[in-house]
Design a protein around this ligand. Structure first.
Ligand code: SF4
Length: 207
């Protein structure tokens, strides 16, 4: 696992649970508002954190923390994600997976192998505007498949959209919510990217 960071305690990232957050490195999207460029752009990646360090921490906090959020970057790009999730589950933690939904085969395997308890998937925009947010080509059928898998999983889940008002409008949000058509949909504010992070992104764009 390529791990870029660990938050040791959070009350807000796993609904209803006291949790830690593990950040994986690498992403196949390039969202214009991404707040974690140091986990996304190859030239900004720091040396990965040893997985054993994370596991040692989780072993130490068994019985204190309830859950682990695995986020990114995009966790489903990690070739050993399923094994990592299984190791966390063996310690008795609830696991929440955050994903952009681009790898439905990994989402399916995680669900079928009972390695996750909660899945949060980003819905960036109505499909016709998706690339304006993500900056890359995308496979609509893959996103749709992930959505269907998550909705049928029987697990706790949420879909969420970051409302980037430079690209999206209220009609777009309504269109996205109609794709989901349930109460598990959340719209979050698009916070300004910190100045130094924006500068890093500009630097990348100029490379
Ligand atoms: S999918 Fe998430 S981590 Fe990847 S670029 Fe978009 S906001 Fe950043």
């Amino acid at each position: 696992m390529k791990i870029g960071g660990l938050i040791k305690f959070t009350l807000i990232d796993y609904p209803g649970r006291v949790a830690a957050v593990v950040f994986t490195q690498g992403c196949n999207f390039r969202c214009r508002y991404c707040h974690n460029p140091e986990l996304v752009y190859p030239h900004l990646l720091q040396e990965a954190m040893p997985e054993e360090e994370v596991m040692a921490f989780l072993r130490h906090r068994q019985g204190t923390l309830e859950g682990v959020v695995v986020t990114g970057g995009e966790p489903t790009l990690q070739p050993d994600l399923l094994r990592f999730l299984a190791d966390i589950k063996k310690l008795g933690y609830y696991v929440k997976l955050d994903t952009n939904g681009s790898k439905p085969d990994v989402v399916r395997a995680a669900i079928e192998q009972k390695l996750v308890d909660y899945i949060a998937m980003d819905l960036k925009a109505p499909f016709e505007k998706y690339s304006l947010i993500t900056g890359v080509e995308f496979e609509q059928h893959a996103l749709q498949e992930s959505m269907d898998l998550i909705r049928r999983s029987g697990l706790a889940y949420e879909f969420r959209t970051t409302y980037d008002k430079e690209i999206l409008n209220d009609a777009d949000i309504k269109a996205v919510s109609s794709l989901v058509q349930d109460q598990h949909y959340r719209v979050q504010e698009c916070l300004p990217v910190a100045k130094e992070k924006a500068a890093l992104k500009v630097m990348h764009a100029e490379l």
